[in-house]
Design a binder for this molecule. Sequence first.
Ligand SMILES: CC(C)(COP(=O)(O)OP(=O)(O)OC[C@H]1O[C@@H](n2cnc3c(N)ncnc32)[C@H](O)[C@@H]1OP(=O)(O)O)[C@@H](O)C(=O)NCCC(=O)NCCS
Length: 206
Amino acid sequence: MDPESRASKCYLSPINLDDADEFTELRRQRLICGWESDHQTLESWKSKRDLKKLFWITVPDLGPGLRAGHISLDKSSALLEPGFLRKNEIELSLSSFFILPEYRALRLGKHAVMLLEKLATTEPYGSPCCRYLTLTALSKKYFYDEEWRGMWDRVGMQMPSFSIQEWYERLGYVSWKEEPLYEERTMDGEKIVLWEAFMKKDLWGL
Ligand SMILES: CC(C)(COP(=O)(O)OP(=O)(O)OC[C@H]1O[C@@H](n2cnc3c(N)ncnc32)[C@H](O)[C@@H]1OP(=O)(O)O)[C@@H](O)C(=O)NCCC(=O)NCCS
């Protein structure tokens, strides 16, 4: 089966963090991801379930109920500038998005984002009032600017093969600003803050 047909069959199923097996699997995936992976953060997501809806990215054709990754639809991020939204418009945010390395480049990520966009404008997880899906992504200057590219060596990581900001651009997301947002430690133990692009997509224009 070609990747597009297989990916088009993937679906999002709600994660139940009260289920010990699901909690363990999410922790496993977060540890591989490296971000927000501590037990305490995952425990705190249990009490935020009205604000943060986590979903498995499930792919039937790769194995029964196979969880190739996860993604979250968040209510409380408020990334847009105050006053940007008109009356009766709301923003929801995409976060905690991860595809396990062995299932990457199979178009699952692209389909998971498209499914989340549909959920965002539909009850019960989203709302027809949701006009914008927002997110932050590592700035592409870490890929294209000679000076900024030095960050990868400093933190002891290999530069990925593509820019995640550009990946979202290909899915119709538009950046409106960049800010230093996430702390990272260099190999020397120095604290640096990584710049993220703030991105949005107008879901009413789809
Ligand atoms: C970013 C991520 C979610 C993408 O998921 P994915 O399922 O691998 O991506 P897809 O297969 O849907 O990618 C679609 C397009 O991206 C590009 N792409 C994907 N992987 C690529 C790679 N390794 N090299 C170059 N381009 C790549 C391709 O152009 C592809 O388009 P095509 O199918 O028309 O050729 C996944 O790599 C991941 O989990 N990364 C680590 C965590 C992360 O960065 N999360 C996002 C935080 S904001």
